[in-house]
Write a protein that binds this ligand. Structure first.
Ligand SMILES: NC(=O)c1ccc[n+]([C@@H]2O[C@H](COP(=O)([O-])OP(=O)(O)OC[C@H]3O[C@@H](n4cnc5c(N)ncnc54)[C@H](OP(=O)(O)O)[C@@H]3O)[C@@H](O)[C@H]2O)c1
Length: 183
């Protein structure tokens, strides 16, 4: 199983404001900008998305569901009511990240997209993330929801590449040392 984190952070490492706000992320709305920062190609390469509940709640609030018929696993220890429409592609799981990965691997998944600060931190601490694709937005938020948190030990990464964009975004890809190169 491969698992990738693909997300945008502020220069100081936050993925959202303290209240979950992501208004500081640039949007292409109204600019005619076609750049998607590799998102569609990456999204097409994953079998399932595993996200923390807070991220799910935020995305659900957008209105239009952005993940099509891609399998989405929402991690939560609390009850979550899914609409009949969502229940076709969204399911709820809880437990240690390794158990989640084993359950999805047993169903044939080979590449996961892990999203949400707490969810990512849990998977990183369990040694289950082998690729990071981080897009840095040139802003300092000072406070917010962090992407990274405490780890039981260091995790070392190989720098695969960095691209910069005209709007100031800088995207870097890292592969965990010791993991297999991804396709
Ligand atoms: N900038 C970006 O690219 C980006 C990307 C994604 C998200 N975001 C932002 O990040 C914020 C959310 O991040 P976050 O750190 O607050 O949280 P999160 O990871 O989305 O959600 C945390 C919650 O997920 C559940 N959870 C996580 N791991 C679990 C496990 N192994 N088993 C059971 N439940 C588990 C818990 O829910 P319960 O408390 O219900 O048990 C936990 O409180 C949102 O505001 C969103 O805007 C930004």
């Amino acid at each position: 199983m491969r698992a990738t984190v693909y997300c945008a952070t502020s220069l100081d490492g936050f993925i959202a404001r303290e209240d979950g706000g992501i208004d500081w992320l640039p949007t292409s709305e109204g600019t005619g900008e076609q750049e998607d920062y590799g998102y569609q190609a990456f999204f097409a390469s994953v079998d399932a998305l595993v996200m923390g509940r807070n991220t799910y709640e935020l995305v659900r609030g957008f209105g239009a569901w952005p993940y099509g018929d891609k399998r989405v696993v929402v991690l939560t220890n609390r009850h979550l009511e899914l609409s009949p429409e969502q229940a076709e592609t969204v399911e709820v799981m809880a437990g240690p990240p390794l158990e989640i990965v084993d359950r999805l691997a047993a169903r044939g998944a080979t590449h996961l997209y892990v999203d949400g600060g707490k969810a990512v931190q849990g998977f990183l601490a369990a040694g289950l993330i082998d690729r990071l694709i981080l897009t840095r937005v040139p802003i300092l938020l000072g406070r917010g929801i962090p992407l990274f948190g405490p780890l039981p030990h260091d995790l070392a990464w190989e720098h695969v590449g960095t691209r910069s964009f005209a709007n100031g975004l800088v995207q870097s890809e890292y592969r965990r040392l010791g993991s297999e190169p991804s396709a």
